[in-house]
Design a protein around this ligand. Structure first.
Ligand code: GLY
Length: 397
């Protein structure tokens, strides 16, 4: 990969400086709550880590699936700034997050622990962090549902609940990273198999002929056929929710890395090409590529941050070094774009990336900083500015 220019290095380093400052300031005010999305005045709305996922009547509540991202941000701040306070805070926060490792109700434990226990174990080498990560991975693996066509990880709810059993979201692709990591640290290939079978069924059920993706699929059981493709955070059932496309690219790139299978790499590349075609000239994605209000529709900085991360994986693993170079340049372009007017340089705004869109249909953070957006942005900046320190560097396939 070509090196960053001096301007790019400064830009990215300044964004990480901002992370270091804001996390310490926020920690003075948060108590035991965790940031979630920013309110219109730029302050954090918060939630306790203990807020578990579950059905409230017919309505599904995601609970706190953000808490691990805060730990990851503190760890990244520690690596960038070298300040021991960030590491101490990450440890303290991890004690609050750990209670979720046995949450039986959600695939989101992948998000929670892939962002917290996994980098904490990598950075400190402490077995306790590794053990928490493996406990969460075992819980995630236990969400596998067998069908006549293969198996998938159910996304939400107890497997005893028929609504939950047939549920699957494209977001789950991002959670496979925890399973692949657990396969590596334990030597137990069943984690790898669980991730790959899920990826295979997602490939068959979620990807439309034009290479856009469904946000969610309800499976018919036991056949494993798609009963319906739908959305709850995108514009419409048949639209392309940009963040979902990002989760798909990330998950298939990671599946290629973990399995060594070139077919997943090619699929991730095709999904990535689709994203870039729909993105056009502005590196900050619209929240949904098919919102008829375009070009006046809201943006989702988180979608661009997730895709930048996925592109870095593609750049690291692709044996076609010219294509790898192009993906790396696209990742840098996305990150530079995110460091423009969307970067919350003003102290009153507590997030890093403004103009994320958590859920427009539910009017939750429809134009806000969202903690996962900040995390994937920072994860990508770490990978570029200090390779191999936040997460291990990857090998080409
Ligand atoms: N649950 C992941 C997302 O909202 O994108």
């Amino acid at each position: 990969m070509t090196a960053l220019t001096g301007v790019q290095q400064r830009l990215f380093s300044e964004a990480l400086d901002l992370l270091c400052e804001k996390t310490l300031q926020d920690e003075e005010r948060l108590g035991i709550a965790f940031p979630y999305v920013t309110a219109p005045d730029g302050s954090w709305d918060t939630m306790l880590a203990s807020e578990a996922a579950g059905y409230k009547g017919e309505a599904w509540s995601h609970g706190n699936w953000f808490c691990g991202f805060w730990v990851g941000l503190l760890l990244a701040a520690h690596l960038h700034g070298g300040d021991a306070r960030h590491l101490r805070l990450a440890r303290e926060r991890m004690r609050l997050v750990a209670q979720r490792a046995d949450d039986p109700n959600t695939h989101d434990i992948g998000f929670i622990f892939n962002a917290s226990a996994v980098p904490a174990f990598f950075i400190t080498g402490e077995k306790a962090f590794g053990d928490i990560g493996v406990q969460a991975a075992a819980r995630l693996r236990s969400r596998l549902v067998r069908t006549d066509r293969g198996a998938y990880l159910s996304s939400w709810g107890s497997l005893e609940d028929s609504r939950a059993r047939c549920s699957s979201a494209i977001d789950t692709m991002a959670n496979l990273a925890l399973l692949y990591w657990a396969a590596g640290v334990t030597g137990d290939a069943s984690y790898l198999v669980a991730g790959e079978v899920h990826a295979k069924m997602t490939q068959a059920a979620f990807i439309r002929p034009d290479l856009s993706t469904y946000h969610a699929v309800q499976y018919a059981l036991p056949s494993g056929e798609r009963a319906r493709g739908y959305t709850f955070q995108g514009y419409a059932d048949e639209s392309c929710w940009s963040r979902g496309q990002g989760w798909a690219i990330l998950g298939f790139a990671d599946t290629a890395r973990a399995t060594g299978e070139r077919a997943y790499l090619e699929l991730a590349q095709e999904l990535a090409d689709y994203f870039m075609r729909r993105l056009g000239d502005d590196p900050v994605a619209f929240w949904d590529f098919d919102d008829p209000a375009l070009p006046d529709a809201p943006r989702d900085t988180a979608a661009s941050a997730i895709v930048a991360n996925a592109f870095l994986t593609l750049a690291e693993i692709d044996p076609d070094t010219e294509r790898a170079q192009r993906r790396w340049e696209q990742a840098v372009w996305l990150l530079e774009g995110l460091c423009g007017p969307s970067l919350a340089r003003e102290p009153a705004h507590r997030g890093l990336l403004k103009h994320g869109c958590y859920s427009k249909p539910h009017n939750i953070g429809p134009d806000a900083a969202v903690l996962f957006g900040d995390f994937y942005f920072v994860d990508a900046l770490c990978r570029i500015t200090m390779p191999g320190r936040f997460r291990p560097a990857l090998r080409r396939l």
